[in-house]
Structure formats: structure tokens, C-alpha cells
Design a protein around this ligand. Sequence first.
Ligand code: HPA
Length: 250
Amino acid sequence: MPTLGRAHRPRVAITLGSGLGGLAALVQDAVQTSACDIPGYPIPMAAGHAGQVIVGTLAERAVVVLQGRAHLYEGHTAARATFPLRFAHHLGAHSVVITCSAGGLGLAPGSLMFITDHMRAGPGPGLGLRGCPAPYDGAWMRRAQQAAIKHEIDTVRGTIVWVQGPSYETQAEIRYFMEHGAQAVGMSTIPEVLEAKRLGMKVLGLALITNAAAGLSPEPLAHQEVLDCARRMRVVLGRLLPEIVRNAPG
Ligand code: HPA
């Protein structure tokens, strides 16, 4: 197992959501460690999640990439699912880009949405995770969106609803979320956002809309559709992610 030492003091962490793990290839001078070799690290089981920690350089910034994530719907507690955030913070990260795939409520598949706020459906991730009234760093988001415009990458802003999963939502739930002002729905990210805020980190959330949410398309929803869309979006995300990291605070 490679040793992560003082030479690897990443300032910016990046979590890669479903099907986005391939973006880790953007990291230069990469030192890669398998999640299995890090005591306490939750091992992701969902398809499209690799379970690696990669330290290196992206956009001339020292970064740690958390490739693959563990979800609450796999049976992990919130404390265990958010271990990677504490690990990245311990390595030195003060800022984190949290990416996810999400269903679109009126947003087309392929849309890139900067998360401005979130709602928790049902009981919420709870379990000792403290809520936070304004978790997303507005200044970082504005800089990143300006950079996206400069690079002719279309992005939108919106609110995401957190659901525990693993089953997709009912059509009635989706109607309810839309009526209450949400633009996206996903099963990850919010536990990590809350933990990052507890640790005092700056957070940027980026949702990749991989599918129309349940009932908004004639086709039934399938995880493969999520992975296929995420893979198709890798090129554009590969251009956007370095700009987000370049504009990270500190
Ligand atoms: N719902 C919840 N989570 C998701 C979806 C969805 O439609 N797509 C990707 N993650």
C-alpha cells in the first residue's frame, strides 16, 4: 500500500458519484490507495463505485479524490458513510466538491446543476448529522459558474431533495417535490455535505442529471440509464471539474 505522507497534503477533496469514478484519471502524480487498505473506510457496493482514494494534483491544486461512495441504502450508518470526508479533512482538505448523479424534476438528462440548497424527504439522514442552514459556498459556486460560462459549458442552479433509496421515488413523491420547488432528487451527497460542514469545510455541490425523475418520462427508470448518462457526460465534466477545483477557496 502506498504511504500518504506530508508530501501529499491535499487542500481540496472531490467525491465522485455514480459512474463518475473515471474522472479520477484527471489527477496528475496520482498516489492511489484502495478503500480496503484504509481501516474504517466503508467499501462501496453499488455498481459504478470503485472505492479508491487518490491523492495528486488537479488544476495545479493538491487534491484528494474519493472515488466511489457508500450509501445509507447499502446499510451503512451516516457515521460510516461519511468516514471518507473525515479522512480527507484529516489529510488536510479544507474544501470539498461533492458530485452526484440525480434525477431531474424538469431538468433534462445531461444537465449540470450547481446545488444551491437541499431538502430532506422522510426522516432525513439524521443519525447524529447536524443540520446546517446554508451549507453551500455561494462565492465558490459563482466563481465556478463564471468559469463554466467562459468555457461554454451550460450549467444551472437548483435545489436537490435527499431520499434514502434504494428504490426510486413514486410519481406522487416526484409531483410533491416539484410542487415544493425542487429541481433534482438523489440518494447521496447530503450526509456528506452535513459532515463536511460540521468539520468546517467549504462545500460545492454539483449534481449531474442522469435521468428524468420517476413518471416524468415514458421509460421506466433503471440504474444502468444513470451510469450510461454519467459516462456520456465525462468529457464535459472533465472540463468543468478542473475549473471548479481551480476556483476552490484557500
Ligand atoms: N432518483 C433518486 N436518485 C437518483 C436518481 C433518481 O431519479 N437518478 C440518479 N440518482
